[in-house]
Design a protein around this ligand. Structure first.
Ligand code: ATP
Ligand code: MG
Length: 589
């Protein structure tokens, strides 16, 4: 089969100035990659000196012990705009109290503590206090309905949950009887029948606590995947993962002590925990947490007012900023920004170029999964950026492009060969299992590789390029076509805000390429725009790859974590069952 050369590789690289290189945590990627060992990385965290450790100790207590207690750990911004600062020292007290509250309620090491909360300080305190107590923390996204909440609590055998009265009444009360393991419900704002008033319990609790000494392989976190390709999986992570959280925060996000850092992800998704709680705190930054949802002006105002230095967000948000135009950024002083990164979905080259023009620095795309627990492939502060590329593997990570040939798995070494993106297992934040799905877990490993389920290519210089999810690859008239390729070309057109591309069965071609397009404000769906877009795509991609059919949509179906659900576009197109849609957000057809 003919594999496609990426049209997107035609953009010029963004060359980093020498000053930027010299200032980066990792000034020379190749040197750092060659010299790196996980044993060295482990020396950057404290541990308890006897082989045991605890994520919460690395995130909070050790900074207080080192004299940084007065530094602000969390600046929380309420929906209404008022803010609350929590220093490292206060965070230590509060998380100690929370750990004591758990103990006072009979929760022991290994018990599962869930949260169902918006981005409130209580969520962050509960996460770290749970880890201190040696319990397993599992954050649920607060917008889930009762059914997805119940299934996730069943899978993890939740023993306790912390939530609000409103969420409790609307979502939990009715299903509580179906959850035999659930012993304790904490409410952050009062109490109801058979619940605990968390505030009262916190006030009554002692503010000293001896953090549990955890073995490296003991479970710390349970995360559910985004459900983009099917039923979400419960992914198990251990305390040792903190070694990777810390190292990747430093190397891939360029985090430094004292930075003001804003990760816009909700802790209900792995990004919001690994890089919205753990990595920033272990690197002793001041984290900005915004309770509110995306809003163009609010976001720019927050970046400016808080003098954010490092910003980590996602392609959907970036595309919405692009939709609002560079003029929306103009009135704001964003000169404090030093580094911007993106994760969760492929970042279209157009978005990288746009950000470089708008902010005088590009968004740095990086790739990872709930399963990998931390960033695996990234564009680094000191590295030139090839727009549309995910970058290069992290020091300590060996990545390859593999395919089954003649019954065995082989690494494809030819530049730009399309294959499955695979990683050599063994980094600290690798998942230790899919909960209760051992067979599915084992299927991820073959011949010494972890198989990601994503398709990618590697160029001659070692940059990786995302092609699509394994399930999303389109085979049309002898060509392998990745949806990202086509979506990115469509996005270059000034009228296009978002695009989702699928393959539709066709008798002659096997499959044909079909695109769903949402327009920017000020553009109307019309026959002439359709012709223009078709022409643009053909010119950009060639007739074999350009969509045969383009349709306009108000919105594309997305997960609540902002990923385009191509499987749903396809199921609806073909009249097939929609499958698990528990994480679906917008549902306009
Ligand atoms: P599920 O596994 O339940 O279908 P999911 O794979 O979307 O959901 P996550 O673990 O949250 O769940 O997302 C990881 C996936 O997101 C990756 O496998 C990849 O497909 C996509 N992804 C993440 N970052 C990038 C990126 N920088 N470029 C391209 N794709 C990305
Ligand atoms: Mg996945």
């Amino acid at each position: 089969m003919h594999t496609l050369r990426a049209a997107r590789m035609t953009s010029d690289p963004i060359i980093k100035p020498d000053g930027t290189r010299a200032r980066a945590n990792m000034p020379d990627y190749a040197k750092a990659y060659a010299a790196f060992s996980w044993a060295d990385a482990e020396r950057d965290i404290d541990g308890f000196g006897d082989g045991s450790l605890n994520i919460a100790h690395e995130a909070v207590d050790r900074h207080v012990a080192a004299g940084h207690g007065a530094q602000v750990a969390i600046r929380w911004i309420a929906k209404a705009g008022d803010s609350r600062d929590i220093t490292y020292s206060e965070l230590q007290d509060l998380t100690n109290r929370f750990a004591n509250v758990l103990r006072n309620q009979g929760l022991e090491k290994g018990d599962r503590v869930y949260s169902l909360l918006g981005r409130l300080p209580d969520l962050y305190i509960a996460a770290l206090g749970t880890l201190k107590a040696g319990c397993v923390f599992c954050p649920l996204f607060s917008a889930f309905g009762p059914e997805p909440i119940q299934s996730r609590m069943e899978i993890g055998q939740a023993n306790a949950i912390i939530t609000s009265s409103r969420l409790y009444r609307r979502k939990l009360k009715g299903i509580r009887g179906n959850l035999p393991d659930l012993r304790t419900v904490f409410l952050i704002d009062g109490d109801e029948d058979a619940t605990i008033d968390l505030n009262a319990a916190m006030n009554a609790a002692n503010d000293t606590f001896t953090t549990e000494r955890m073995q490296p392989e003991e479970t710390a976190l349970l995360h559910f995947t985004s459900g983009t390709t099917g039923k979400p999986k419960g992914v198990v992570h251990v305390h040792q993962a903190v070694v990777a959280h810390h190292a990747t925060g430093r190397l891939a996000l360029d985090l430094r002590p004292g930075d003001t850092y804003w990760c816009t992800a909700d802790p209900g998704w792995v990004t919001g925990t690994s890089y919205g709680i753990i990595a920033p705190l272990t690197n002793r930054v001041t984290m900005i947490i915004d309770e509110a949802e995306f809003d163009v002006d609010r976001w720019y105002a927050t970046l400016a007012r808080e003098a954010v230095t490092v910003w980590y967000t996602a392609p959907t948000a970036i595309r919405m900023l692009m939709k609002a135009g560079a003029s929306a950024a103009k009135p704001h002083d964003l000169t404090a920004l030093r580094f911007m990164a993106s994760v969760g979905e492929p970042l279209n080259p157009e978005a990288v170029i746009w950000s470089n023009n708008t902010f005088t620095m590009p968004f740095h795309d990086n790739w990872w999964q709930t399963e990998t627990g931390g960033i695996m492939i990234a564009n680094y502060a000191a590295m030139d950026v090839r727009p549309g590329s995910m970058g290069k593997p992290l020091p300590g990570i060996e990545a390859g492009i593999v395919a089954v040939e003649g019954g065995t798995l082989r690494e494809l070494t030819a530049p730009m060969a399309i294959g499955e993106l695979a990683l050599r297992p063994g980094w600290p934040s690798m998942m230790r299992g899919y909960l209760h799905e051992q067979a599915r877990y084992e299927k991820c490993f073959r011949d010494g590789w972890y198989l990601s389920g994503d398709l990618a290519m590697r160029d001659a210089d070692g940059y990786f390029w995302f092609v699509g999810r394994g399930d999303d690859l389109i085979k049309s008239a002898g060509h392998l076509i990745g949806p990202f390729e086509v979506e990115s070309a469509l996005l270059e057109h000034e009228a296009v805000a978002e695009a989702g591309v699928i393959g539709v069965p066709d008798e002659t071609a096997g499959e044909i390429v079909k695109a769903f397009v949402a327009l920017k404000p000020g553009f109307e769906a019309s026959e002439s725009l359709l012709l223009e877009l078709t022409g643009h795509a053909r010119k950009r991609l060639g007739p074999a790859v350009a969509p045969k059919e383009i349709v306009f949509r108000q919105n594309l179906p997305k997960t609540r974590s902002g990923k385009i659900m191509r499987r749903l576009l396809k199921a609806r197109e073909l009249g097939l069952p929609e499958g698990d849609i528990s994480t679906l957000e917008s549902d306009e057809r």
